[in-house]
Write a protein that binds this ligand. Structure first.
Ligand SMILES: Cc1cc2nc3c(=O)[nH]c(=O)nc-3n(C[C@H](O)[C@H](O)[C@H](O)COP(=O)(O)O)c2cc1C
Length: 134
């Protein structure tokens, strides 16, 4: 079974080299594990979608939860995935423009109360924007 999950977290000391390091690991490991996804980031938030074989996704999420480059990791959505949204990307990255929530929205906890469709929306848009890249 394939599954998809979305979580959010708070970067701990966000900077470009940290982000580059994370993306390097993701792009090395994810093809090995048949995982794809997208990471939306801003100084105040990581919002990541990962999709792939359920056991591999569970293992990755367990590693991510332990990672000290971010805090307050919160699982927001977990569902069976019948079709990949980011099939062509080991980890697509997007800095902020796709986030629908302002810094104060995030502070106010709006992401935690978002509906499933609202959570998926920025990723749907991101996948559309990059559909012609491959
Ligand atoms: C925001 C964030 C996103 C991450 N995404 C991935 C990912 O998609 N794939 C991955 O293998 N590791 C990802 N990591 C890194 C993992 O937490 C972990 O450090 C890494 O998988 C260990 O890889 P290694 O066994 O090659 O050292 C992410 C870390 C953070 C903080």
């Amino acid at each position: 079974m394939e599954k998809r999950l979305i979580y959010r977290s708070q970067p701990f000391g966000f900077d470009n080299s940290m982000l580059a390091g994370i993306l390097l690991q993701a792009r090395r490991n994810n093809p090995r594990d048949d995982i794809s996804g997208a990471l939306i980031c801003r100084h105040d938030i990581y919002l990541q979608l990962i999709e792939g074989p359920a056991d591999k996704i569970d293992a990755l999420f367990a590693r991510i939860e332990q990672d000290d480059r971010h805090t307050n990791v919160r699982l927001l959505l977990e569902e069976e995935a019948h079709e990949r949204m980011f099939a062509s990307w080991a980890m697509l990255d997007d800095e902020a423009p796709s986030i629908f929530w302002s810094v104060s929205d995030v502070d106010a906890g709006k992401i935690e109360t978002a509906s499933e469709d609202e959570l998926l929306a920025p990723f749907v848009r991101l996948a559309e924007v990059h559909a012609s890249d491959t």
